[in-house]
Design a protein around this ligand. Structure first.
Ligand SMILES: Cc1cc2nc3c(=O)[nH]c(=O)nc-3n(C[C@H](O)[C@H](O)[C@H](O)COP(=O)(O)OP(=O)(O)OC[C@H]3O[C@@H](n4cnc5c(N)ncnc54)[C@H](O)[C@@H]3O)c2cc1C
Length: 424
């Protein structure tokens, strides 16, 4: 295996396209964090004619938003049954509708703005590594009935027609899910925000604040931004700036690797351009990228930064249990990113005090949920709707600090053990 020396630092978002904040700026809303949550909120506000100021510590899409697997599909990090147990059936269905809307928003923006390099590709296979399918049929039926959302059941033969592996027994094809180049999507949103007059500042970490007056002030190393509204959208990179927000989430690392170019070898294993995931609770997700020339493979979570070589070895081991024929496929690049998880596994979207908003904790299901989460918080800032109320039950609860991280790691190991048992 080649050395992957830049594992911790390298993401595709290394260049700066926007200036740093120097001096004092005034606007209608300051957004902290240029990930997809912040950018989605900023775009809606800019379209409504508001003067937005986006402050980003690093560069647009530098966090999870530019590093993720690019799967866009309905749902949340918390599964539907668990959401219903927390808030009841009707509220869970309303939330699911919003999650579908989020995915559709992403699709629409890409098309309407003709975003370069985002390359949406339709379809996602959710596959099962053990022999049991009754609940998949039930799920497909319920999704069609409740949401008019098409899911097609796939048996072993239908899966084998697409994938040369014996690993999978059953699956669902999600026709409306799609996959994209997420960093280029973030850059496309940023370009539209600036075209509408929004101001984006990179290398401009928010380091201080005054949030109690009607006009809020956020300070950076070299500047100051002022506005009546502030939205915190700092995801898994949330620092100590707002203790309440920091304490309410756990930063969880996850990993992606990208293969060398090997279209013929890849075609011997994977004959679909749909995205693929297995539905273990701690599962793999992968897809062909660059027009089928490379394989992007993601998986594993850790609560502490893991050794790069070890993680790549684990991901490769996992890949080869599914596709032994890919043994000769070299890994060219691998990276990690931090997701923010709340204890209830749902996004935390709401107001801390008058004019102080937050949209964080999208977990591992952020592409659709940041779109709708950013949108509903912007609607609340504008006084347009109160759709933010759907997220009110998922408060900022203490995530447990280092004990919470330990508990998360234990839960992950338990889920891995349960998956292993089911597959036996
Ligand atoms: C490897 C990986 C794979 C994933 N795969 C998928 C997938 O396939 N599908 C899916 O739906 N979801 C996926 N996710 C989850 C998804 O990427 C996240 O849920 C989503 O991107 C979170 O967006 P965000 O805007 O909340 O956070 P981020 O994108 O992390 O953005 C937060 C930003 O805030 C900035 N920031 C932090 N503090 C400050 C400060 N003080 N001042 C200024 N800026 C600050 C950070 O630099 C960062 O850019 C994946 C995540 C990872 C890490």
């Amino acid at each position: 295996m080649p050395p992957i020396d830049s594992f911790y630092t390298r993401t595709l978002a290394i260049e700066h396209a926007y200036p740093g904040l120097i001096g004092r700026e005034e606007g209608d809303c300051i957004i902290i964090g240029a990930g997809l949550a912040g950018l989605s909120g900023a775009l809606h506000l800019a379209r409504a004619g508001k003067r937005v100021i986006v402050l980003e510590s690093e560069s647009v899409g530098w966090g999870a938003s530019g590093r993720n697997g690019g799967f866009v599909s309905a749902g949340y990090a918390c599964d539907g049954a668990a959401i219903a147990r927390q808030v009841g059936t009707q509220a869970a269905q309303d939330l699911h509708h919003l999650s579908i809307e989020g995915a559709e928003m992403v699709r629409r923006e890409i098309a309407a703005l003709a975003m370069p390099g985002v390359d949406p590709v339709a379809g996602k296979l959710r596959l099962r590594r053990y022999d049991s399918a009754a609940d998949l049929h039930r799920e497909a039926e319920a999704m069609a009935r409740l949401y008019e959302y098409p899911l097609t059941y796939l048996d072993r033969a239908a899966i084998r027609a697409r994938l040369d592996t014996d690993r999978y027994h059953h699956g669902l094809l999600d026709h409306r899910a799609f996959h994209i180049h997420p960093l280029n999507y973030a850059r496309g949103l940023a370009a539209e925000i600036t075209r509408l007059g929004g101001r984006i500042y990179e290398a401009s970490a928010a380091t201080g604040h005054q949030l109690s007056d009607a006009t809020k002030t956020i300070t950076t190393a070299q500047g100051q931004a002022q506005a009546p509204h502030v939205i915190f959208a700092t995801g898994g990179y949330t620092g100590p700036l707002l203790g309440r927000l920091r304490r309410a989430m756990l930063p969880i690392a996850t990993y992606v690797m990208l293969s060398e170019e090997a279209p013929d070898l890849l075609a011997s294993a994977i004959r679909t351009d749909a995205a693929i995931s297995d539905n273990r609770r701690a599962g793999d997700y992968y897809r062909l990228v660059d027009g089928g020339r490379r394989l992007l493979w993601g998986g594993r979570i850790t609560t502490r930064a893991a050794q790069p070589q070890g993680i790549v070895r684990e991901l490769r081991h996992e890949m080869l249990t599914v596709y032994p024929q890919l043994a000769g496929l070299k890994t060219e690049l691998a990276w990690s990113g931090l997701m923010a998880y709340a204890r209830h596994l749902m996004p935390q979207i709401g107001a801390l005090s008058s004019g102080v908003w937050h949209a964080t904790a999208f977990g591992g299901h952020g592409l659709n949920t940041t779109a709708i989460g950013g949108r509903v918080v912007a609607e609340a800032v504008l006084g347009e709707t109160d759709r933010i109320r759907h997220f009110a039950p998922f408060r900022l609860v203490w995530a447990g600090g280092s004990v919470g991280l330990l508990a998360a790691q234990m839960t992950y190991w338990k889920l891995q053990a349960q998956d292993w048992w089911s597959e036996r």
